[in-house]
Design a protein around this ligand. Structure first.
Ligand SMILES: [Zn+2]
Length: 296
């Protein structure tokens, strides 16, 4: 069973018995893939999807806010799931296993713990590399999907969204949109909304067929060249990101574990549209970095 078959199998069985989709981990260096994947499941199951980054959940209170508002069988996509701090990781494991949040309130004499029972929802975790996954968390996930397979899902989602709006799109055009948005780091859903408006503005009729030319035309109109310039000027990795990456990679080269001559490396190179996010940056020693550059 490949990953796509796995997902479809799960979606169909959940639909049939109105069951909760099991916790799933997506391994991909690419942001938009995990999002497309979660969107696809949510839309096929008719559930709500909320997206948060683990680095944003810093304290039990943040965690409570995220998990207590979920409805039964809803989806929660947690990006960079390896970035939970120790305290939050502890709470999160308990939530994944038992859907229970054990909070301490007040302090000193008045300190007491309060157990909050949560609705049973689904966590879709995403992580750049599987070796970054905290061991403790791994067994809480029912299945693991590798990013390369989710590329197809991204294109499928685009195809579906367009056709729902009565814009006929071939698989080829969907693939084209996917690879463009993907390489330019543009979020798919809002982009499609604008693309649909553009089609309507340019006199598109119901069930007209969208071509790659129209897509390119909109990309020009959208001003993707300006967008690119902005990325270039922010090429430098900001301090906060450096700190987070250093912590995650534990001050070691992720390839050879060396602790000397370390450099911040873009996993997907800048020239190929790689971003300055924690997820796309890793620690490499000078020699591993040279070796990687030579291969690219
Ligand atoms: Zn190294």
């Amino acid at each position: 069973m490949n990953d796509i078959e796995k997902i479809n199998f799960l979606i169909n069985s959940c639909k049939k018995d109105n069951q909760r989709f099991p916790h799933t981990l997506i391994v991909s260096e690419d942001f938009s893939l995990s999002e497309a994947f979660a969107l696809d499941i949510a839309s096929k199951l008719g559930r709500d999807l909320v997206i948060v980054n683990a680095a944003m959940i810093r304290a039990p209170g943040d965690m409570a806010e995220v998990v207590t508002n979920r409805k039964i069988n809803d989806l929660l996509l947690i990006e960079d799931i390896n970035l939970f701090n120790k305290e939050c990781l502890y709470y999160f494991c308990e939530i994944l296993e038992n859907f229970r949040l054990n909070l301490m309130i007040d302090s000193g004499f008045n300190a007491r713990s309060v157990v909050v029972n949560l609705n049973e929802f689904t966590v879709i975790g995403s992580i750049a590399k599987v070796h970054l996954m905290p061991r403790k968390l791994m067994s809480s996930f029912f299945c693991i999907i590798e990013g390369k397979e989710t590329r197809k899902i991204g294109a499928e989602t685009i195809y579906k969204i367009l056709n729902d709006e009565f814009i006929s799109a071939t698989k080829d055009v969907s693939e084209h949109i996917f690879s463009l948005t993907d390489s330019k780091r543009v979020e798919i859903k809002p982009f499609l909304k604008n693309l649909i408006s553009f089609c309507k503005l340019s006199g598109f009729q119901k069930n007209d067929v969208l071509t790659c030319d129209t897509v390119d035309e909109y990309f020009n109109f959208f001003g993707i060249s300006n967008f690119k310039k902005e990325i270039d000027s922010s090429r430098q990795v900001v301090i906060e990101v450096q700190r987070e990456v250093w912590k995650r990679d534990q001050g070691k080269c992720v390839i050879c574990q060396s602790q000397e001559r370390l450099e911040y490396d873009h996993i997907i190179p800048f020239s190929k549209g790689g971003s300055n996010t924690v997820r796309n940056i890793q620690l490499l020693c000078e020699s591993c970095n040279r070796e990687k550059s030579a291969k690219i």
